[in-house]
Design a protein around this ligand. Structure first.
Ligand code: GRF
Length: 210
């Protein structure tokens, strides 16, 4: 059984990503896995509310108090996760946590990295920038976390055509549909041991039947 921990931050997340991952563990899209805990930074977040609604175990670790890195690491260690999935976590992951969980922390970014990423590029900012630039395709990127913003090795990308999108919201809606498929798929590959990392390059081993 693969144990998945989910990290979120701030008060603005909707929680749709964590719900999708939790459902994917239950409905067989990520076989042999379970979400063992959700860690947020603030209890009033709607995403934390969603996690409680679907009976996930929830903890709050506040970055505003001292020793955030140590407290976060200790909470994570208590969950014994095989994989940590960010689901709307906008902060840098503390160095201590990165060292302990090297190549075990992943995120989904709502654009095709390395374009439209970096500090400040989250949520509707991303789709606004994509729309304003006039690119014809966008999509999502599942990547490992390193010490930068959106800079870790790329595991999987899914492209969507946005040629006919009339607004940033339309771009966001199309990308969200792709995220719903791409994140569980990447987590499935990770949990079944089919992902090899070689520097920046990530290789996915083919399954025997493929
Ligand atoms: C997702 O769109 C994802 O791309 C990004 O954070 C967003 C979280 O959305 N990393 P939600 O709160 O899960 O709905």
């Amino acid at each position: 059984m693969s144990r998945i921990a989910i990290l979120i931050s701030g008060a603005h997340g909707r929680g749709s990503t964590l719900v999708n991952l939790a459902q994917a563990c239950k409905d067989g899209r990520i076989p042999g896995s379970e979400v063992v805990g959700v860690i947020g930074t603030i209890s009033s977040s709607p995403a934390i509310g969603r996690a409680k609604e679907i009976s996930l175990s929830v903890s709050i670790v506040s970055p505003l108090k001292e020793n955030y890195a140590e407290r976060l690491l200790s909470k994570l260690n208590s969950l014994k996760p095989d994989l940590i999935c960010l689901a709307g976590y906008m902060r840098r992951i503390p160095e201590q946590v990165l060292t302990e969980y090297r190549h075990k922390i992943v995120n989904i970014h709502p654009a095709l990295l390395p374009s439209f990423g970096g500090q400040g590029m989250y949520g509707s900012n991303v789709h606004q920038a994509v729309f304003d630039y006039g690119v014809k395709v966008s999509g999502c990127t599942v990547h490992f976390i390193d010490s930068g913003y959106d800079t870790g090795p790329i595991i999987l990308q899914q492209v969507v055509s946005i040629d006919d999108a009339k607004s940033p919201d339309e771009v966001g809606a199309k990308v969200l549909e792709a995220e719903r498929i791409a994140y569980p798929e990447a987590v499935r590959l990770l949990c079944t041991g089919r992902v090899r990392v070689d520097g920046r390059r990530v290789e996915i081993e083919k399954a025997e039947e493929e």
